[in-house]
Write a protein that binds this ligand. Structure first.
Ligand code: 18C
Length: 259
């Protein structure tokens, strides 16, 4: 992977409300730091190292083909720019488990197992079955974080949400029988760009753009034919990006801006 300039926020103490003594504290911080270190929303640098599989407007989806122990584990990256919303808003709706069924098209069910703190929780999800494979489920922690820039410059101010598989307190969860566990590490990183409004005018949604980077590393966990799996990837990720970002636009358009 090409290393981009480390972000200043990575080198500072994390802004996290989870108790430092919590068993997931160190893992959450290091997974987030790793995502932030490689955050890159620039299509030029992406194109140098990642094959493009889908393009529509400002949305670009890239994927490498990787097989590990006979399992397809293609890492995926996508970038997108959406007008009229902030990075905080995008991350807020991506994190909030109460609205997930409204935009997430792969789900049969979602259940929040535990709210760990204001910024961290654990969820169990059952996904729609894809013929001819077994149904999948996921069990993961979610964490939302603001990584402000040191000098207030918007180019280094980020909001991030990470969803990452875990086995933390898994025994408390009533699993759906016969599901195959998918392991994954997903991050959504956002930057807000504010175009200065004309003198004397307040910032409105017309002055906002949000640059998004989404990355997903998914291990299907069990047998799945490569062709079906790659077809699902190619179809589901752009669909998710379109549907989810449109959802946030619709939800926020008449609400005050959440910076
Ligand atoms: O990031 C997304 N959603 C978040 C909130 O739910 C969270 C979820 C990550 C899910 C990763 C694993 C999902 C397993 C899905 C099983 C198959 C569902 C297909 C349903 C088709 C209607 O971070 C947005 C995720 C958007 C798209 C995900 C598609 C992932 C496909 C990965 C397939 C791996 C299992 C293969 C099953 C067999 C397929 C032949």
């Amino acid at each position: 992977r090409k290393q981009t300039r480390p972000l200043k926020a990575v080198d500072r103490p994390p802004i996290i409300s989870l108790d430092p003594k919590h068993p997931l504290y160190n893992e959450i911080n290091s997974v987030i730091a790793e995502h932030m270190r490689y955050a890159d929303m620039d299509p030029k640098t992406m194109e140098e190292t990642w094959p493009l599989i889908y393009e529509e407007g400002d949305m670009r989806v890239y994927k490498r083909e990787i097989e590990e122990d006979g399992m397809i584990v293609d890492p995926l990256k996508a970038i997108h720019t959406v007008s009229g919303v902030t990075g905080h808003e995008i991350c807020h709706y991506f994190y909030n488990p109460e609205v997930r069924m409204d935009w997430e098209g792969t789900l049969e069910s979602t259940k929040t197992m535990e709210y760990l703190s204001e910024d961290s929780l654990v969820t169990y999800q059952v996904h729609k079955r894809v013929w001819p494979t077994a149904q999948r489920d996921t069990y993961f922690w979610s964490h939302i974080r603001h990584c402000p820039s040191e000098d207030d410059s918007e180019s280094a101010d980020y909001w991030v949400v990470c969803n990452h598989s875990t086995d933390y307190n898994e025994s408390n969860c009533q699993m759906v029988a016969k599901c195959v566990r998918v392991l994954f590490n997903v991050a959504l990183i956002c930057q807000t760009i504010v175009e200065p409004p004309p003198a004397g005018k307040e910032i409105s949604r017309d002055n906002l753009r949000c640059r998004i980077q989404y990355s997903a590393n998914v291990n299907p966990g069990g047998w799945a034919p490569a062709s079906v799996l790659r077809a699902v990837y190619k179809r589901e990720y752009p669909k998710f990006l379109k549907r989810f970002t449109q959802y946030v636009i619709d939800q926020t358009k008449d609400k005050p801006i959440m910076f």
